[in-house]
Design a protein around this ligand. Structure first.
Ligand code: NAP
Length: 482
C-alpha cells in the first residue's frame, strides 16, 4: 500500500532553542525525514535561533552531525546537503535585544510563519513579547510550545495567560507527542470509522481498561528535572490523560480540532477525585544492574515517585462501573506503551468443557505499533469442543507493508500539522488546565504527608502494592512485555 504524502505550503519555521537537546534529537532529524518524504516544499526555510553565536554554515554542520547521530538509519549525503540549504541561523537572546531585527529581516511575507519554542517555559513570555513587538509574528503566525506546560494549575494558568497576551488560542500548538503517534490516531479511526466496537464501548460490555507506559531506563542524567516532577507530573497529567480521553470520549460530531477537544475536555471534567487506596507510588531500588533512584538523583531523602499506578473512574453514563487502571514507571521489565480494553465475559457458557475468556483489544503504541483483538475459537482437531484464545493481529508493519513499518515519528507528523494549521492533535488551554485541576489535589495530598514511595526491584513490574490494586478487584495487570 503506498501512502500519500501531501506537501505542505511554503513556510518559515523558526526553532528557538535550535542548539538544544530536543532540537538536535527530534525536531531537526524529524524535519529531515519529512524532507526525504518530499513533504517539505522547495521554498521552505528553517531558521535556527538561540544565544550561541554561529554562522549559517556552522549551524548546518551542527545539524548534519545531529542528523547523523539521531536518524537511526544511514544518511543519504546528497539529500542531506539539499536539506541543509533550507537552513539558516540567527543568534537571539530571548531576554535581550540582540538578534531580533535580524530575525525580522529573515521572515518572508505571504508564507506560513511558525515559531517552535523549544526552550524552557520561563522564556515563553519573553520570546512571545519580542516576536510581537518586533512585528515578526502576526495574527496568522503559529507558536508551538513544549511540555512541561506548567507544574500545577496555577503555573499552567499563568503560562496560558502569558501566551494569550500575544496570541489567540487558534495560534497556539501545545505539543503532547503521544498524540502524534500513528496508533493513537488509529484509535479514533477504529472507534469512529467502524460499527463494530462502538456499541460495545461502554460499562455494560467493557470490564475495565488498562493503560501502561513502562520504561526500562532510570532517570539517569535527568535526575534534577525529574525530582521536581515525578511520574504523575511527567506522564499522567499529560500523556496518559490524553490516552484515557481518546478511549473514553464520546464521538465528536466531526473530526475537527475543537469538536475533538471539546469531547476530551468533557472526559477530564468527568474524572472522579481519587479514592483512598486508589493510588500506589513506587521508587526503583538499587539492583545488580545499576543504582537505585536515590543514587541516580544523588539525594537519599527524595520522595519523588518513579512509578505510579492509579484506579480512575470516569463518572458519566457511558463509563460508571468501568475502572481505568493507569500505570507508568521507570526501570521496569520492558519498554512498552499499550492500552488494553478488556470486555466482559459472555453472560452464559454453552460449552461444558471450557469457559470462554474475555475478549481483549490491545492497542500497542510502542514498540511495534499495532492492535490485536483476542477471540475464542475452537481448538482444531477431533474429540470435543475445546476452546482456545487467539489474537486477530493487526501489526501495522504486516498489514501495511513497508509504509506501515516506516511511519513518521510523532514529532514529524505534529510539525507538519502545525504548518497545515491543524490543531486536532494539540492540547487546548482549557484541557491542560482541567487536567491539572484533577491532578493537583493528588499531588498536594502526597506532598503534605510523610509517606515514602514503595521500593521496587529494577526489571520488575513495579511495587507489590500495584499488583494488589487490581487483585482486590479480582483483576490482574497484563504482563509488561515488549
Ligand atoms: P536544552 O538542551 O537545555 O536547550 C535549551 C535551548 O534553549 C538551547 O538551544 C539554548 O541555547 C536555548 N536558550 C536558553 N536560554 C536562551 C535565551 N535566553 N535566549 C535564547 N535561547 C536560549 O533543552 P531541551 O532539552 O532541548 O528542551 C527544550 C524544551 O523542550 C524544554 O521546555 C523541555 O522541557 C522540552 N522538552 C524536551 C525534551 C527532550 O527530550 N529534550 C522532551 C520533551 C520536552 P543557547 O544556550 O545557545 O542559548
Amino acid at each position: 500500500m503506498v501512502s500519500r504524502v501531501i506537501p505542505v505550503d511554503d513556510f518559515d519555521l523558526v526553532i528557538f532553542g535550535a542548539t538544544g537537546d530536543l532540537a538536535r534529537r527530534k525536531i531537526l532529524p524529524g524535519l529531515f525525514r519529512r524532507y526525504l518524504a518530499e513533504q517539505i516544499p522547495a521554498d521552505a526555510r528553517i531558521i535556527g535561533a538561540a544565544r550561541t553565536r554561529q554562522s549559517d554554515a556552522e549551524f548546518r554542520t551542527e545539524t548534519a552531525a545531529a542528523i547523523h547521530e539521531f536518524m537511526g538509519a544511514p544518511v543519504d549525503k546528497a539529500r542531506l546537503a539539499e536539506f541543509l540549504d533550507h537552513l539558516c541561523y540567527v543568534a537571539v537572546d530571548a531576554r535581550g535585544a540582540d538578534g531580533w531585527p535580524e530575525l525580522a529581516d529573515k521572515m518572508r511575507p505571504g508564507l506560513v510563519h511558525a515559531f517552535y519554542f523549544s526552550v524552557a517555559p520561563a522564556l515563553f513570555g519573553d520570546i512571545a513579547e519580542r516576536l510581537v513587538s518586533h512585528k515578526i509574528a502576526d495574527d496568522d503566525s503559529r507558536v508551538v510550545v513544549e511540555k512541561p506546560f506548567g507544574r500545577d494549575l496555577a503555573t499552567a494558568r499563568a503560562l496560558n495567560a502569558t501566551l494569550a497576551r500575544y496570541f489567540h488560542e487558534s495560534q497556539i500548538y501545545r505539543i503532547d507527542h503521544y498524540l502524534g503517534k500513528e496508533t493513537v490516531q488509529n484509535l479514533m479511526a477504529v472507534r469512529f470509522a467502524n460499527i463494530l466496537f462502538e456499541p460495545l464501548w461502554n460499562a455494560q460490555y467493557v470490564d475495565h481498561v488498562q493503560i501502561t507506559v513502562a520504561e526500562t531506563v532510570g532517570v539517569g542524567g535527568r535526575g534534577e528535572y525529574y525530582d521536581h516532577s515525578g511520574a504523575i507530573r511527567d506522564m499522567v497529567q499529560n500523556h496518559m490523560m490524553q490516552l484515557l480521553c481518546l478511549i473514553a470520549m464520546e464521538p465528536p460530531y466531526h473530526f475537527d480540532p475543537d469538536a475533538v477537544r471539546d469531547e476530551k475536555l468533557k472526559v477530564i471534567r468527568a474524572l472522579e477525585p481519587l479514592g483512598a487506596g486508589d493510588i500506589v507510588r513506587g521508587q526503583y531500588a538499587a539492583g545488580p544492574d545499576g543504582p537505585g533512584y536515590l543514587d541516580d538523583a544523588e539525594n537519599q531523602d527524595l520522595r519523588t515517585e518513579s512509578f505510579v499506578a492509579l484506579k480512575v473512574n470516569v463518572a458519566n453514563w457511558r463509563w460508571t462501573g468501568t475502572p481505568f487502571y493507569l500505570r507508568t514507571g521507570k526501570r521496569l521489565r520492558a519498554r512498552t506503551s499499550e492500552i488494553v480494553v478488556t470486555f466482559k465475559e459472555p453472560p452464559h457458557s454453552i460449552f461444558d468443557e471450557a469457559v470462554p475468556r474475555p475478549n481483549q483489544l490491545v492497542i500497542k503504541l510502542q514498540p511495534n505499533e499495532g492492535m490485536h483483538l483476542t477471540v475464542m475459537i475452537k481448538e482444531p482437531g477431533p474429540g470435543g469442543m475445546r476452546l482456545v484464545q487467539v489474537p486477530l493481529d493487526m501489526s501495522f508493519a504486516d498489514a501495511l507493508g513497508k509504509d506501515g513499518a516506516e511511519m513518521p515519528d510523532a514529532y514529524e507528523r505534529l510539525i507538519m500539522d502545525v504548518i497545515r494549521g491543524n490543531q486536532t492533535l494539540f492540547m487546548r488551554g482549557d484541557e491542560v488546565e482541567a487536567a491539572w485541576a484533577w491532578t493537583d489535589p493528588i499531588i498536594q495530598e502526597w506532598e503534605a504527608g510523610p509517606a515514602r514511595p514503595e521500593p521496587y526491584d529494577p526489571g520488575s513490574s513495579g511495587p507489590e502494592e500495584a499488583l494488589r490494586l487490581l487483585h482486590r478487584d479480582n483483576r490482574r495487570w497484563r504482563e509488561i512485555r515488549a
